[in-house]
Design a protein around this ligand. Structure first.
Ligand SMILES: [Cu+2]
Length: 126
């Protein structure tokens, strides 16, 4: 029996299988890297010209989102479900909130209620 395992044909077969496994093992790596990037990148929503940008932002659970007021007049960031509410933000002031629970969070500026935006929180595996 040990001699049968030393046949050259078998060795060749094992080598091809090993190469195939290596190719398959490489495949998931880009996906994992993308998920980590989603979690760790600082996420900023700019407030410029009475507009939140991006107006709709999708992040993974646990992401901290920072709003920065780039306007010369004050704004606020207020969740419609009252989950968060910033103080009045003057120029270049910022407000950060960490989203833990998946869902859609609509928010607006209480000083200019026509200013609206949405943060969508969902697991990166979706
Ligand atoms: Cu405003």
């Amino acid at each position: 029996m040990p001699s049968a395992q030393r046949l050259p044909r078998r060795k060749a077969g094992c080598g091809i299988a090993a190469i195939t496994l290596q190719i398959l093992a490489l495949a998931p790596v880009p996906g994992i890297a993308a998920a980590e990037r989603t979690r760790t990148d600082p996420v900023v929503i700019r407030i410029d010209n009475f507009t939140f940008a991006p107006q709709t932002l999708t992040v993974a659970p646990g992401t901290s989102v920072t709003w920065v007021n780039g306007d010369d007049i004050p704004h606020t960031v207020v969740a419609q479900n009252k989950l968060f509410r910033s103080k009045t933000l003057d120029t270049d002031e910022r407000f950060t909130f960490t989203f833990q629970v998946p869902g859609e969070y609509a928010y607006f500026c209480s000083l200019h209620p026509h200013m609206t935006g949405t943060v969508v929180v969902k697991a990166s595996t979706d």
